[in-house]
Design a protein around this ligand. Sequence first.
Ligand SMILES: *Cc1c(COP(=O)(O)O)cnc(C)c1O
Length: 439
Amino acid sequence: MKAWIECSQTVIERAKGVYLYDTNGTKYLDGVSSLWANIHGHSHPTIVNAIKRQLVKLDHSTMLGLTNVPAILFAKKLVDLTPNNLTRVFYSDDGATAVEIALKMSFQYWKLKGKKYAKKKKFVSFSNSYHGDTLGSVSVGGVAMFHEVFKPLLFRTIKVSYPSCYRCPLKEEPHLCEIDQLKEIESVFKAHHQEICGVVVEPMIQGAAGMVPMPKGFLKNLEKLTKQFGIHLILDEVATAFGRTGKMFALDHEKIRPDFLALAKGITGGTLPLAATLTTVEIFQSFLGEYEEFKSFFHGHTYTGNPIACSAALANLEIFQKENTLYKLQGKIHLLKTLLKSFKNLSHVGDVRQLGFMVGIELVFNRSSKKSFPVVQRIGHQVVLEAHRRGVILRPLGDTIVLMPPLSITSTQLRKLVKTTYDSIHTITQEQKPQRNSI
Ligand SMILES: *Cc1c(COP(=O)(O)O)cnc(C)c1O
């Protein structure tokens, strides 16, 4: 935070569509959807009106022993939109809790299932994965910079390699690579399936790792292995759901049927905190019993299923339908792909990765050796500051520049976003000198 404290800070005052405005009236294009959350632009009238209507009707009532109308209606919509084995919805407030709830439910499910499964206590997770910042979700995380310091507080998990082709630890060609072929995962499942509750994964693309897509078929093969060995498949779609990857859910790319599905970020169109963990009727029913058996899932948050947030979430889905959001998105994904081709002309761009409206542009000091810039140079941060001066808000993940615009962005605005990113990378990487900047 030192650099932040020492500089003049930007205070955002209002927003409209894809633009943010600060207290000086300066306008910025929101290139990362206010941290991957915004879908249809800021303050979309359909969502604003839904929130207003709900606020005067019912602000909040507890989900302990009660429920409310928007929570029921939205749960039904989620069940209709997701694979038909997912029929039960558990609400919470953010992505980390949605994942943590899936972990706890999976763990307790195996406990309730009886002695035969008593050894099932562990989870498998991927290198460089990110599932949120609470201790449970950090335990299944794998980003050293965020997670290392908390290690003594975490529960142990079995880590397997994620197929990061650009930086393959085996230095293999894709498709020859044993990681891509799930060899390691298969041997872990074979040896330890009696101890494993589930495997948690960001489907189709790792987000916080730097936008790293999976090879085609990887997720499908992972699904097969989980079924074969009796291990829960827990999909963390916190970043990928609600159109981000070009389909409503990332699982739609390979028609995956997970045991758990965690949703948050875009769920309310980027307006209010809400999350949901979906699961199957089989898992739901295992928690049913007489009061004195204490089979219940003892987990709850005060604002769980908040009716205002659920109304915003319903309005979010309504806009998808009314504005044909997914259909219009396809052309823009294609345009983005075309525009990104020019980044190969920049000598310090090592890799450009894209799935739908999720883009990572990895900057390297040396392209042929893939050597990174010295950490002190904070090259990703410098590029983001440059873009800021040029009226575009971005956020780096280390040396990877992320583009994640609202799905509602126009082609013209998209061109502006990509051009500004290009120019900012060009300016900063040409200078090559560490800078100390304001902002
Ligand atoms: C952002 C994110 C989370 C955490 O969500 P929060 O709402 O910030 O707690 C979890 N998983 C993935 C894949 C994410 O991108």
